[in-house]
Design a binder for this molecule. Structure first.
Ligand SMILES: [Zn+2]
Length: 127
């Protein structure tokens, strides 16, 4: 379903946006909070530089707004519409969801942001 060569593959796995061969992150688990932002300088397969320019990933903040809204809407639908929770409990569910998934939201936002600028390249993939 999720194949190399699809943008979604790089976004959901955090792999190199150009060759999809390895993770951009030094630790793939985003819940190791002390290492949440630790990224490799370059891809060891295709030599793509991840931080294209200084402060490149500041732009991911704009993306994280949209991703956060998506998580909040999902929490609202599940709590309010499916479980018929009260408004205050729905609010608590939304805040809890955003806190719990914060590391995932940050990583996915970075992945989406870098995938705006770097595209998959079949030739970059080595056998
Ligand atoms: Zn690569």
């Amino acid at each position: 379903m999720l194949k190399k060569g699809m943008k979604a593959y790089s976004i959901l796995t955090g792999s190199c946006p150009k060759c999809h061969s390895e993770s951009m992150y030094e630790h793939t688990n985003p819940y190791r909070l002390g290492h949440l932002f630790d990224m490799h300088e370059r891809c060891s397969h295709c030599n793509t530089k991840y931080k294209i320019e200084p402060s490149f990933f500041y732009g991911a903040m704009y993306v994280s707004y949209a991703v956060g809204i998506a998580f909040a809407v999902a929490a609202f639908v599940i709590a309010f519409l499916i479980f018929s929770a009260s408004l205050i409990n729905t609010f608590i569910a939304i805040v809890g969801t955003l806190i719990l998934f914060m590391p995932v939201i940050i990583r996915v936002s970075r992945n989406i942001w870098i995938n705006f600028f770097i595209h998959y390249d079949k030739k970059a993939v080595k056998a």
